[in-house]
Design a protein around this ligand. Structure first.
Ligand code: NAD
Ligand code: UGA
Length: 438
């Protein structure tokens, strides 16, 4: 069985490597020559825990290869996955399907009869049929199948999510595609992972509805968090209290600076846009988008309010730039919204992130990059925890206070307990409950 994975980004690379780990022959294709060169040199171009070792093992085992030559690879494949990007289109928030459609045209020219083409990219409802039309227009006599197999992995936990998913969603409309997907996911099936066989449209909708629902859950708890701060509540206890109800569930109820990343922001926009286009408005999600955008700005204003009249010329240390821990991805990260707002008011920003410096540097001009959390605290009037990397969970507060000029620790992820602050001399300002004087 030969698998070709088109696009070696977070999803394509992880999926390709994991399928090779299942024992299949996988060729990963990308248009980015530098990326393929690095991969062929054994270098993983993204930070994703565990990916390195898995990639090395399967390349050495002869089951995993990388190329820019889509035509040759696809011409020898039994199944071709499309895992290229589907970013937001400027202006209207619709998903930009340019890359998917370009890949479809390239696939059309290359595949042999009997190939199954599987769309793994997150695509709006109707796209699989559109891809089929593109291939049919180019090769009217070709016998092939189309399928939808959306991916639910999270960055930073991608391998575990791929290997142990809650479910596998397969949109198919013929027997060959169904059998192919059953065969590919057989290793998971043996672990009793539910396989949902459904239509192309349902599979496409499930992906967007899942992301929109999760984004809504986060946004809900963020607003509850604001209320907790005002009335003496504690959002973490409220979240635990409601999350124990199985109908609600405890996951994705962590209040924070607003969701970011390469998926929730663009997928909520695309989902809302699809609703408008089909005259079935997704008003809840429209509201989620607006509340989340405001929240990122509100977080910057919160930091500026702590600085009061002294914002101009003040120094703020920022811990965490990536949109979440365990990734170097900064796409739509709250940091990209918050830091420029501080800079616009004359604040100097010192920043630390264990992995995202390289990806964020071009997007955040004028900040001072630091080698450690403590260096970011040097001379800072306020220190802000923006991303909950593990290394920020055990800060030595004596060192932090010795290095800081001011005394305020703002924690936009609320990773510390009030008791942890006792005797530190810090004013601790977490999201979701009242500040404490340590
Ligand atoms: P990415 O931007 O990291 O990678 C996409 C890759 O595709 C790039 O390397 C690009 O060079 C390559 N590419 C584009 N056109 C190509 C072509 N014609 N031939 C070969 N390669 C081509 O994207 P990503 O984050 O991996 O996301 C891919 C898709 O998966 C998106 O639709 C996204 O919404 C979805 N998704 C992403 C995640 C995630 O955690 N990042 C999770 C689930 C689903
Ligand atoms: C998300 C989904 O969780 C994946 O299932 C999905 O496959 C992926 O999008 C996608 O479609 O691409 P990801 O963006 O990697 O995965 O990261 P998440 O862990 O979902 O976090 C997204 C954002 O929400 C981050 O900014 C995170 O800090 C924030 N978040 C998450 C919260 O603020 N609170 C929470 O409780 C959970």
């Amino acid at each position: 069985m030969r698998i070709v994975m088109i696009g070696t980004g977070y999803v394509g690379l992880v999926s390709g490597v994991c399928f090779s780990e299942f024992g299949f022959d996988v060729t990963c294709v990308d248009v980015d020559e530098k990326k393929i060169e690095r991969l062929n040199a054994g270098e993983v171009p993204i930070f994703e825990p565990g990916l390195d070792a898995l990639m090395q093992r399967n390349t050495a085992g002869g089951r995993l290869a990388f190329t820019t030559d889509l035509a040759t690879a696809a011409g020898e494949a039994d199944v071709v996955f499309v895992a290229v990007g589907t970013p937001s289109r400027r202006g209207d928030g619709e998903a930009d399907l340019t890359y998917v459609e370009a890949a479809a045209r390239q696939i059309a020219a290359a595949i042999r009869p009997g190939t199954v083409v599987v769309i793994k990219s997150t695509v709006v409802v109707g796209t699989c049929r559109r891809v089929r039309d593109i291939i049919r227009a180019a090769r009217p006599d070709l016998d092939f199948s189309i399928a939808s197999n959306p991916e639910f992995l999270r960055e930073g936990a991608a391998i575990e999510d791929f290997m142990r998913p809650n479910r596998v969603i397969c949109g198919v409309d013929d027997e060959r595609a169904e059998q192919m997907l059953r065969r590919l996911y057989r290793p998971l099936y043996l672990r009793e992972t539910p396989m949902v066989m459904t239509t192309l449209e349902n599979a496409e909708l499930i992906k967007y509805a899942a992301n929109a629902f999760l984004a809504m859950k986060i946004t809900f708890i963020n607003e509850v968090s604001d209320l907790c701060e005002k009335v003496g509540g504690n959002v973490q206890e409220v979240a635990r209290g409601i999350g124990l109800d199985h109908r609600i569930g405890g996951k994705f109820l962590h209040a924070g600076p607003g969701y970011g990343g390469s998926c929730f922001p663009k997928d909520t926009k695309a989902f809302a846009s699809t609703g408008r286009r089909h005259e079935a408005p997704q008003t809840l999600i429209e509201q989620v988008i607006a509340v989340n955008d405001n929240r990122k700005r509100a977080m910057a204003e919160r930091i500026l309010a702590e600085l009061g009249d002294g914002a101009k010329g003040a120094t703020v240390g920022i811990l965490g730039i990536a949109f979440k821990p365990n990734t170097d991805d900064v796409r739509d990260a709250p940091s990209l919204e918050i830091i420029p707002m501080l800079q616009a008011k004359g604040v100097s920003v010192r920043a630390h992130d264990p992995e995202a410096r390289e990806t964020a540097s071009p997007l955040l001009p004028g900040i001072t990059w630091c080698e450690s959390a403590y260096e970011a605290a040097d001379g800072a009037d306020i220190l802000v925890i923006l991303t909950e990397w593990n290394e920020y969970r055990v800060l030595d507060f004596a060192e932090v206070t010795a290095r800081m000029k001011g005394r305020t620790l703002m924690d936009l992820r609320a990773i510390y307990k009030d008791d942890d602050m006792a005797g530190t001399g810090l004013r601790y300002v977490p999201v979701g409950r009242k500040p404490v004087e340590g």
